[in-house]
Design a protein around this ligand. Structure first.
Ligand code: FES
Ligand code: FE2
Length: 448
């Protein structure tokens, strides 16, 4: 099995050596995890309300009063830039009689007035004015009632919220990822693609998919000309809070691809080589050397071409895909010049549905990477689009990932499904389910 390159925490190490083979290799992932309303309700109480959840980028709300609203399961979360430059997050609910306070997904307001009886809330969550203030014989609620707040902290230009008031800090929650991401110029990136797709599947089904590459040879065959998917050549790390990272070599044809009759240097890889002043013809007889050649060229030419962040990156970070999953619903493909951001959000009530947010963040003016799905050229900030499953292509790579969601969800509803048989290389996925099981059993981050 492709054992972790390094497990940083003792619990994660024990998972790989003992817990995975004993408890998760066969029969642990029953369909009810994805289909049962009871499981869904317990998962909401024990996982979603106890963890840090990524919401958006600080750059999206630069001025006081700028806000974003994101729905996660049954909750709607309102995040607002404050007068002092800070950011606060609130449950998006009016404390008078429970009307949802803010309807638009984003905007800018000096205060928030409820549509029902016009109670007006300041951007800091205080109650500013109420209708018929003299009709409250116990005294005006202004100054005593506030919007209900949740924790909000910033990492790498993204703000995260946590509904658990006793939760650990975001830095402690992220562990080694906090430092790892410092080399990526996240704060200077532009969101060049932003789609939200309604999925006919449980949120975990697609997150599972992002936790393994076993599906690559089947559904991503065209990308094997650029990424090594051989399980013997992939390394993963897993961290105590449920986060993981998988390192996949890029900038070279995979062993699977070289077994085919296709030309060893594909059009896509050839274009990348030319972009870095290399001649694809020089590699026809030694195609696996393209990765090192690209690393050398990027190291030499990159900073002068504006990729100054390359100076802080390892050789591997210049060509490879470092795919992080941040528990429970965020994953990010960290590339040399961009991030493929994937987030799953549960439906408000139905375990058989969810929402998939796929954003592509790019840096530099030639940020198009042959590993990305973004259309090349130009770095305009993309408007977020909301689309139904199958309504719009997400690009060849992600269409492969999303394509099986409807049929897999149907299969998971079958009483004939026996709960899974996992390959060794799927332990990263199993670790993620194990963390859900631990939370369901009462585990809380930072607590003994
Ligand atoms: S519910 Fe909001 S003002 Fe009445
Ligand atoms: Fe995939």
């Amino acid at each position: 099995m492709n054992k972790p390159a390094g497990t940083h925490e003792s619990y994660a190490a024990r998972f790989v050596s003992e817990i995975f083979p004993e408890r998760y290799k066969r029969g642990a992932l029953h369909g009810e995890r994805y289909t049962s309303a009871d499981f869904f309700a317990r998962e909401w109480e024990n996982v979603w309300t106890k963890v840090w959840l990524v919401i958006a980028r600080t750059a999206e709300i630069p001025e006081a009063g700028d806000f974003v609203v994101e729905d996660i399961g049954p909750e709607s979360i309102l995040v607002v830039r404050q007068e002092d430059g800070g950011i606060r997050a609130f449950y998006n609910v009016c404390q008078h009689r429970g009307n949802r306070l803010v309807q638009p997904a984003e905007g800018s307001m000096p205060s928030f007035t409820c549509d029902y009886h016009s109670w007006t809330w300041g951007i800091d969550g205080s109650l500013v004015s109420v209708q018929d203030e003299g009709d409250f014989s116990e005294g005006s609620p202004c100054g005593t009632v506030r919007l209900e707040e949740m924790k909000c902290e910033v990492f790498a230009g993204f703000f995260f919220v946590n509904m658990d008031k006793d939760g650990i800090s975001l830095k402690d929650y992220l562990g080694p990822i906090w430092d790892r991401w410092q080399v990526y110029p996240v704060e200077n990136m532009t969101r060049v693609q932003a789609l939200t797709v309604s999925l006919p599947s449980n949120w975990k089904a697609l997150h599972d998919n992002f936790s393994e590459v076993y599906h690559f040879a089947t559904v991503h065959a065209p990308y094997l000309d650029y990424l090594e998917d051989d399980f013997r050549d992939i390394s993963c790390e897993i961290f105590d809070q449920g986060h993981t990272v998988m390192h996949m070599k890029g900038g070279l044809p995979s062993a699977h691809y070289l077994d085919s009759d296709l030309p060893p240097i594909s059009e896509q890889l050839g274009a990348e080589l030319r972009r870095w002043d290399l001649d694809p013809a020089d590699f026809t007889d030694r195609p696996t050397e393209t990765r090192l050649a690209l690393q050398r060229q990027k190291r030499t030419l990159g900073p002068a071409r504006g990729h100054t962040h390359y100076e802080k990156m390892s050789d591997s970070q210049l060509t490879d895909s470092h795919h992080y999953t941040i528990f429970p619903n965020f994953s990010a493909g960290m590339l040399a010049d961009g991030i493929l951001f994937h987030r799953l959000r549960p439906h408000a009530t139905d375990p058989n549905q969810s929402y998939y947010d796929v954003f592509y963040y790019a840096s530099g003016d030639d940020a198009f990477s042959s590993m990305s799905t973004a259309a090349g050229g130009g770095l305009a900030e993309a408007e977020r689009e909301y689309v139904a499953f199958g309504e719009k292509s997400l690009g060849a790579l992600l269409d492969g990932d999303v394509g099986t969601m409807a049929t897999q969800q149907k299969g998971l509803r079958s009483r004939g499904y026996r709960g899974g048989v996992l390959a060794d290389q799927e332990y990263r996925l199993a670790f993620y389910h194990h963390m859900i099981d631990r939370y369901m059993a009462g585990y809380r981050p930072g607590k003994p």
